[in-house]
Design a protein around this ligand. Structure first.
Ligand SMILES: *Cc1c(COP(=O)(O)O)cnc(C)c1O
Length: 374
């Protein structure tokens, strides 16, 4: 019923290894396989996934598919470490990073360059160099912008760019990007897939053997290999993914609706609210709207900090996708994008009773407003 956790770092052998032989654990171990097959099944991939020591391990290996001097188009509100890794890699390899509003399909298409990005007067020499890779996050972290993936994938492929989707927020239950044209899907397994805030792990999934070979080599030589216990815990977490996501998504939508009418709340963002700029797109392209919402309370940054101090059931902490609800003011990190408002709180909604979650949020929002005199 359950795959074993194999802790051995090496395997007995004398002959030259044949393909698929187990030799040394950095090269491969049987503990990874069940999780890699489960992730492929969830994403609808023909080849097994590739697990990494962290989401960033998978992301760095995937960014390595951009050739030296290549152009990478990324959402300006991508996960902040993804942006940092992209900028640092492109600076070292003579490449170029173009940051875009990933919800603005026309702007992304222009940034992809090539014939599609040509100036309106058709002057060929003014067309920007075509991109080698389009990076997509949807919904983005933390601004929750929703991308039109089929349209973006088509535009990217027209200029010969690879399409990568960080599917951490939507989960494979909310979106299966390979079916919409993505070449690679990456995950921070740390979040919803493992789901219990006790594992750091990542994965990449693709249908192309050439890309998978690159990822395997990057893992073997980069050394960001998944530990056996983490892999086993993630597989255990995966068994309840559907139940957890169903509950946390329902909680998130319910809370977003209630917060939108709260007198002490300035703005609520959630793809499931009709007020979200890409609500129609999210309705058409996602199954469910995800379990993250953002909130700007009255009182600006001080109000947001007071709210975080006032919660008792919600956990003030970074990360997301656990069974427990947590929240944080994103700009407390100097690395967060300056276009993210100072007073923006990101809420990761868990699977607790929604009335308990609401009661705690409501009292915290009120208390913060009183304290800041807003
Ligand atoms: C957390 C996160 C990552 C990074 O994953 P780690 O497992 O922390 O390395 C990447 N992308 C998104 C969208 C994330 O939320």
């Amino acid at each position: 019923m359950n795959p074993p956790v194999v802790l051995s770092s090496t395997y007995v052998g004398t002959a030259p290894p044949r393909p698929g032989d187990l030799v040394y654990t950095r090269l491969g171990t049987e503990t990874w396989r069940p999780l890699e097959e489960a992730l492929a099944a969830l994403e609808g991939a023909r080849l097994p996934g590739v697990v990494f020591a962290s989401g960033m391990g998978a992301i760095s290996a995937t960014l390595g598919l951009v050739p030296p001097g290549g152009v990478l188009v990324v959402p300006r509100h991508a996960y902040h470490a993804t942006l940092a890794a992209a900028r640092s890699l492109m600076a070292r390899t003579g490449g170029e990073v173009r940051e875009v509003d990933i919800a603005d399909t026309a702007a992304v298409t222009r940034a992809l360059g090539g014939a599609l990005g040509r100036a309106d007067d058709g002057a060929r020499d003014r067309a920007p160099r075509p991109a080698a890779m389009l990076w997509v996050e949807s919904p983005t972290n933390p601004m929750l912008e929703v991308a039109d993936l089929p349209a973006l994938a088509q535009a990217a492929h027209a200029v010969g760019a690879l399409v990568v989707v960080d599917n951490t927020f939507a989960t494979p239950l909310g979106a299966q990007p390979l079916a919409s044209g993505a070449d690679v899907v990456v995950h921070s397994v740390t979040k919803y897939l493992a789901g219990h805030s006790d594992v750091v792990l990542g994965a990449a999934v693709t249908n192309e053997a050439r890309i998978r070979d690159h990822l395997l080599e990057a893992r073997t030589l980069g050394g960001a290999i998944a530990g056996p216990w983490e892999t086993w815990l993630a597989l255990r977490g995966l068994r309840t993914l559907a139940l957890r996501v169903e509950r946390s998504q329902a909680n998130a939508l319910d809370l977003a609706r209630r917060l939108e009418g709260h007198p002490d709340v300035v703005e609520v963002r959630h793809p499931g609210l009709p007020s979200h700029p890409q609500h129609a797109r999210a309705t058409a392209q996602m199954r469910g709207f995800g379990s993250v919402l953002t909130l700007r309370p009255r009182g600006g940054r001080a109000g947001a900090d007071a709210l975080v101090d006032a919660v008792r059931l919600w956990v003030p902490a970074t990360s997301l996708g656990g069974v427990e609800s947590s929240l944080e003011r994103r700009r407390r990190f100097p690395s967060e994008a300056p276009s993210v408002p100072e007073d923006l709180l990101r809420l990761s909604v868990g699977i607790e009773d929604v009335e308990d979650l609401w009661a705690d949020l409501d009292q915290a929002v009120r208390r913060a407003a009183r304290q800041t005199g807003a």
